[in-house]
Design a protein around this ligand. Sequence first.
Ligand SMILES: [Zn+2]
Length: 509
Amino acid sequence: MEPIQATIRIERGRIQSVEPMLGGVRIISEAGIDFYPDCWALPGFVDSHAHIFGLGSRLQGLSLYDAKSADECIGKAIMHPTTRGGWVVGMGWNQQLWKIKEYPTVQLLDLVFPDVPVYLSRADGHAAWVNSTALKIAKISASTRNPTGGLIQKDSNGNPTGILIDNAMDLVRKHIPLYTEQEHIEMLTSAAEHCISHGITEVHDMDVAHHLLPIFSRLAERAELPIRVQSYVKAQGNEWMKEGLLPAVGEFFRVCGLKYFADGALGSRGAALLEPYSDAPETKGLFLLTEKELYRKAKVGIEYQWDISTHAIGDAANRMVLNVYERLRKEGIADPNTILRIEHAQIVHPDDLYKFAEYQVTAAVQPIHCISDAPMARVRLGKRCEYSYPWRTLRNSGIAISAGTDFPIESADPLLGIDAYVRRVPFGEKKSWFEKECITRQEALFSYTLWAHEASGMSYRRGIIQPKYDADIVIHNKNLVTCPINEITSALVVATYTAGTLRYKNVTE
Ligand SMILES: [Zn+2]
């Protein structure tokens, strides 16, 4: 994939013709002619694993991503004007970024919030920090047992510390009132505008709750959605069956996949590993589904024509999911048109790698996780870092890796992901981390465009600038393949088009 300079003619949202031209990009459509001198065009970027409402609430709600300590989180919580139905709800803290790298405590919250329930989720979404009022509402006490796939952290006296991991989070979360419809529309709109300003024309939205789907379709129907959204709905608890939900097709909004979780995250030691954690020899992490359960759930899903998408971070989780997908292919349950995705595919044991190509498994990876996780991964994984975030290896095994960011956990900016792909230099460090796993800029661009469309079955009409393809186009002021490598992240998105309509224009250009 190379950026181009050309005259691109568009009609009814599709590309009609592409004529190479020196000196810039000219877009000719029903709306008129736009000329971008010295600029370069690429197919619109796809974020193939993200959380749109998460981004919306990060942009509009209580955001703790930048907090440098537990006290700073509390400070921000006090300052934040709106509470959700009487609750203080925030997201984004990460004790790994603090001076004291320990989990914050229930006591700290209780001092400031003695009566109002507080629920603050960790940046990776796999842990929550709550106060005593929230624990009381959820009826969690010293005698409450851990739910399956979850942990209620307790102190040496057996009392809850206010930290809930994975499935234990639900015990409190289910008591938090939902946002109103108007709040949802505002969140969706602000997230979509944020994406389009970064050149993202399509998002694979993960783990979507069914009650949010009508908000997307309403905006799509009114043509108020500037990006395309492919929904992968919550399915861990068979939610789609209970709601009678089926796949649905639309130009801007499509409901196409079921989202499962095989394990948790590395930061909270929830990722399921084959061998114990290097820094916690007593644990190998947590499986959130058994192999049998995932097989059964996926099988029913495929019968109803869903694509299957499963979160797997640890090498044990990846092995388990690959085993399930292998069986589904071998038994002919998943025909070649059924998309089987592994989300993250962070730690893959070398023995299992071949299965991605052999059984047509799509790896949806987040390059930016690698460069922000590196310091933590070194401690958790030790020698296993050797086969973690294995992009080059996955490419060499013959598969197309699909890129995303998992926003709002990470920045939505695809240029940071491309930079991570090609340089692999952890934040705050100078040297490449396992440089052998870097991929080329051309591959990185494929991963953000055509290969990402492959991951949702849309590559037959999206991801290339050529006639008959959808006119989803991003225009940068630099050629991302030939510019100096350290200038990738400072390239500017000059304009973004979805379905041939100008959705974003950088006014400073
Ligand atoms: Zn995610």
